[in-house]
Design a binder for this molecule. Structure first.
Ligand SMILES: [Zn+2]
Length: 208
């Protein structure tokens, strides 16, 4: 069953990745079968090897591109939560430099202890949502921390077909896959509005 819309899914076996993949024809959501997930310690180990810090030029460039794209659509005046910030607070430091008041959260790495005591004007989820086992549960928690009219800014590579040949699925920690259509369904469920999409890897959703 689809974890987003509840429709029946079609299951295919991914021979390269040795895992089952669910495809939803209703909302377009694609997800890997839970039986094939790697365990949490292996997952944390994998993230630690990502080398996500200021010395990694590719990683810094990715966020510069991200901010260039969203700069026109967001304000850095309020409180921002960088949700799933990773080991090096690269994006949050770049947003601080633009004048934002930043809090960070990450399941596996050090973050602002008091992050949950605030409500935010903006929450960023960069390369995070594809790791969610239960996107609706996680988004529900995240949206509780967002002000009315606040913005959820998401970066995740949108689904490319044929899926079973796509490089992005090859990371074992990538388990949930999205595109505009899936985000439309999510917006319907949580009463959000799509205010921007680049139709590639960035979408901005406003809480109504
Ligand atoms: Zn669905």
């Amino acid at each position: 069953m689809c974890k987003i819309c509840g429709a029946k899914t079609i299951v295919e076996y991914d021979k390269d990745m040795k895992c089952h993949v669910h495809f939803c024809n209703e909302c377009g959501f694609i997800f890997k079968s839970e039986n094939d997930y790697i365990d949490q310690s292996t997952e944390k180990d994998r993230y630690s090897k990502h080398n996500n810090n200021f010395e990694n030029v590719g990683y810094v460039n990715m966020f510069e591109k991200f901010l260039d794209k969203i700069d026109d659509f967001i304000s850095y005046e309020g409180y921002i939560l960088d949700y799933g910030c990773g080991p090096g607070p690269v994006l949050s430091e770049m947003m601080s430099a633009r004048g934002a008041k930043i809090k960070t959260y990450d399941l596996y790495f050090p973050h602002s202890e008091d992050y949950h005591e605030y409500v935010y004007d903006i929450i960023t989820l960069t390369e995070v949502i594809e790791h969610f086992k239960d996107p609706l549960l996680e988004l529900n928690k995240i949206l509780d921390l967002l002000k009315k009219n606040g913005l959820l800014v998401i970066q995740t590579l949108f689904i490319q077909k044929p899926f079973l040949k796509w490089w992005y699925r090859r990371d074992h920690t990538h388990i949930s896959f999205f595109d505009n259509k899936v985000f439309e369904k999510i917006s319907e469920i949580f009463n959000l509005k799509v205010t921007y999409t680049d139709n590639h890897n960035i979408i901005i959703l406003q809480k109504l």
